[in-house]
Design a protein around this ligand. Structure first.
Ligand code: MRU
Length: 355
């Protein structure tokens, strides 16, 4: 991201400089490392929808940058007309994926900035919105590092940690949420190893989490999603840590499909189940997880692998992309403002109020 200090080896899935946005195509990793250029909001919306960029905080950052690209191209001298068109662009971006609340969190922040500055010229609004998008990205990475510091105390030295999906640098502006906690534990000198669920059908675990951890030389072992219970029963998992796409006020957690299954298994085996997420993932407007919208994706993600057909033609398919883990199965929720344990409703509200 322009204007911020970078550690040389850190993966960042979104770059934004000189009015151009580049995104790492996460559909192609790890076989190919391909960056695409984005010059307008429609192309960014498409990249979010088809998962060039994915992961709750990362799609929030991408949407904010998309909103700025849209703002930049609005042709009017009137701030009111500008705001009406900007709102239309944000509405289009927010509709790209329904479950991760980070998308609307980032776009609401962009709209709030524009609305609060309607007395400025359109040019000033455009410049301000570019800085706002950059700030959203930079703060996300800083918040992940804080989250890592709060969470690493929960990870014992020598822990064998199970994770599901990808809650790493690739899913954020950088560093990661669940993987950020693991990275901080490693930086603190703990010798941990990570067991990664492959995460059917998009294979975020097999393709992305393994790639990130291998780059960081953190010991990593890939398993089939359905092997997690067996490994737990054999005493081979010490704790579970995952990210989240939306957390309701009572601490119910929407995350990648299969997370709920892992949480039930962890409870059965008395294994702590941790969730790491920034406050941009907490949705206090929803009292509990039953209100979280769950995205259903294309059947082809299941019936095919790339162009190879795996299932019979015309087969009926359900492809929910997320599930909801009830708060009773969650041992703790790690945020940038601290660790919530037990009384989630009170703790989460307190963390959100800190901004
Ligand atoms: O469909 P995806 O790949 O966008 O889903 C991502 C996840 O479910 C992640 O676990 C979640 O966004 C946490 S990211 C820090």
């Amino acid at each position: 991201m322009s204007g911020c200090q970078m550690d040389a080896n850190t993966v960042r899935p979104i770059r934004f400089f000189n009015g151009t946005c580049q995104m790492l195509d996460q559909r192609l990793l790890p076989a190919e490392v391909v960056w695409h250029n984005y010059k307008d909001y429609q192309a960014v919306a498409e990249a979010i929808r088809n998962m060039v960029v994915r992961g709750a905080p990362a799609i929030g950052v991408a949407a904010a940058i998309g909103a700025w690209l849209g703002a930049r191209d609005i042709e009017t001298e009137s701030s009111e007309e500008f705001f009406a068109e900007f709102t239309r662009i944000c509405d289009l971006l927010v509709a790209t994926r329904p479950t991760a609340v980070n998308l609307s969190w980032a776009l609401e922040r962009m709209k709030r900035f524009a609305h609060a500055n309607l007395d400025r010229t359109v040019l000033e609004l455009k410049i301000g919105l570019e800085f706002e998008a950059l700030a959203i990205a930079q703060e996300d990475e800083q918040r992940n590092k804080k989250m890592g510091r709060h969470g690493e105390g929960l990870i014992p030295d020598g822990a064998r940690i199970l994770t599901h999906c990808n809650a790493g640098a690739l899913a954020t502006a950088g560093y990661g949420t669940a993987l950020g906690v693991i990275r901080t534990a490693v930086a603190a000198g703990k010798k941990v190893s990570v067991i990664v669920d492959e995460t059917r059908p998009f294979l975020q675990g097999a393709r992305l989490t393994t790639w990130e951890l291998q780059k960081d030389k953190i010991p990593v072992t890939l398993i089939c999603d359905n092997a997690a219970g067996y490994l737990m029963s054999q005493g081979e998992i010490d704790c579970v840590i995952v990210g989240a796409d939306r957390i309701s006020a009572n601490g119910d957690v929407a995350n990648k499909i299969g997370t709920y299954t892992v949480a039930v298994l962890a409870k059965e085996h008395n294994i702590p189940f941790y969730v790491a997420a920034p406050i941009s993932t907490i949705d206090l407007s929803l009292s509990d997880g039953s209100q979280i919208p769950i995205e259903e994706r294309d059947a082809r993600e299941i019936t095919h692998f790339k162009d190879v057909q795996l299932a019979p033609e015309e087969i009926a398919v359900r492809n929910p992309a997320f599930d909801v883990t009830p708060n009773r199965l969650v041992t703790a929720i790690i945020t940038e403002h601290g660790v919530a344990q037990g009384s989630y409703r009170k703790n989460l509200a307190e963390f959100v109020s800190k901004g």
